[in-house]
Design a protein around this ligand. Structure first.
Ligand code: G3I
Length: 373
């Protein structure tokens, strides 16, 4: 099994220890002071989907299949999202809980909703180290390789021609940015599992854009710099060998502090991705407020400022084609399970509040989408 120079570099490091409909209500609604008309159905006053579309951006959100039955949320979703991504319904443990037995019902329901509401849907995720069914762990290396090929072929063929893109590989760079993440895939199949996954997806649907998706690529800290360098090295290697890939997904799970994060080095990274002829998707945007003081107005202001800072950078880059938040309403955010606040207050990480109403973050997003041509 000959390894490319890239794979050798990685393995040696690893071994060493890895939605006003074209319209806003008349500008007066927001006015210069940004104040909303009192009592207006504030949610109905805006369409992030439409504002984004006017700038050539696809705007959307992650959705869980159970949320579609919620009338208030579903109304918000139809007005705000031009794209949905199943938050969990296309993951391996949901699609193939038993070896060879596929259940597409939840994801097909989301695709029907998307089609019925003139939205796109993107696929998330074919190969990841999380949310894997137990049966995978009992396979030997050869059967694991076959199972990965069969999963990708079956799933991508099922949705052939129907999805906006596929996250083929998720979070494959090591947490510390040095090399590839150790996982059932790397440990058993070697780094060539990356090629194999992309080639299998391309074979099953030659026209769907293929994406490598990861987090921790947005800020100005040393770990982000390491992770970017490692990813760029991987991407250059894949490009040099003609392995099919069309975009990089930046998850953008941003962690709010009183002074950060900052995005001064982000434009250069975006330019480097463009130089590799790769589109950029912002795939899972939200702003974790668990490190901020409890006061709602203070939290909302800080979160809104971070949305504005980040989106001001990425919407300036013509190579950024898509922005999806990881949820639309604060009512539904993974962050309350994964990063519960120490004061046990619900987080406020998303574009709309717990009552699906406009909040400072919404206004920041509107401001950026309205100003950037
Ligand atoms: O489906 C089971 C249900 O049957 C069971 O009763 C329930 C209670 O344990 O768990 C349900 O599964 C949960 C699943 O979400 C569906 O709700 C899992 O426990 C839970 O761990 C899983 O969390 C998801 C997480 O990925 C898994 O790692 C989050 O909702 C989802 O927002 C999150 O999304 C990931 C992206 O896929 C990749 N990027 C990071 C992002 C946040 O971790």
């Amino acid at each position: 099994m000959s390894l490319t120079p890239f794979q050798n570099r990685f393995l040696s490091r690893q071994a060493l220890g890895i939605g006003l409909v074209g319209w806003l209500l008349p500008l007066g609604l927001f006015g210069l002071g940004g104040c909303l008309a009192k009592g207006a159905d504030q949610q109905a006053a805006v369409s992030l989907r439409q504002l984004a579309q006017e700038r050539g951006l696809l705007w959307g959100t992650a959705v869980q299949d159970g949320q579609l039955a919620d009338q208030n949320f579903s109304k918000l979703l139809k007005a705000q999202a031009g794209l949905i991504v199943p938050e969990n319904s296309l993951k391996w443990d949901q699609l193939q809980p038993e070896h060879g037995k596929f259940d597409f019902s939840k994801a097909d329901g989301l695709l029907d909703f998307a089609n019925n509401n003139k939205m796109r849907m993107r696929g998330h995720v074919l190969v990841w180290h999380q949310q894997l069914p137990a049966w995978l762990g009992s396979l030997n290396k050869q059967d694991l390789a076959m199972a990965m090929q069969q999963h990708i072929n079956t799933v991508v063929s099922h949705y052939r021609g129907k999805l906006q893109s596929w996250d083929v590989l998720n979070e494959i760079i090591a947490e510390d940015g040095n090399g590839l993440r150790k996982s059932i895939w790397l440990d058993n199949l070697g780094p060539q599992y990356i090629d194999q996954a992309l080639l299998a997806a391309h074979k099953a649907d030659p026209n769907v854009p293929l994406v490598i998706n990861d987090y921790g690529l947005e800020g100005d800290d040393p770990k982000t710099a390491r992770k970017r360098a490692t990813l760029l090295s991987l991407l250059k290697d894949l490009r040099s060998r003609g392995i099919p890939l069309q975009a990089v997904g930046m998850q953008a799970h941003l962690a709010a502090t009183p002074t950060g994060p900052t995005f001064n080095t982000l434009p250069d990274f975006l330019h480097k991705l463009a130089a590799l002829n790769l589109d950029v998707y912002i795939t899972e945007l939200d702003v974790n407020d668990s490190q901020l003081a409890a006061g709602i107005s203070g939290r909302d202001k800080r979160v809104a400022d971070i949305y504005e800072d980040f989106l001001s950078v990425v919407t300036k880059d013509p190579n950024v084609k898509l922005v999806a938040t990881w949820g639309l309403s604060d009512r539904f955010s993974w962050l309350n399970q994964a990063f519960p606040r120490s004061d046990h207050l619900p987080q406020r990480p998303l574009p709309f509040d717990m009552q699906e109403q406009i909040k400072p973050a919404t206004k920041s997003i509107i401001k950026v989408l309205s100003n950037q041509k």
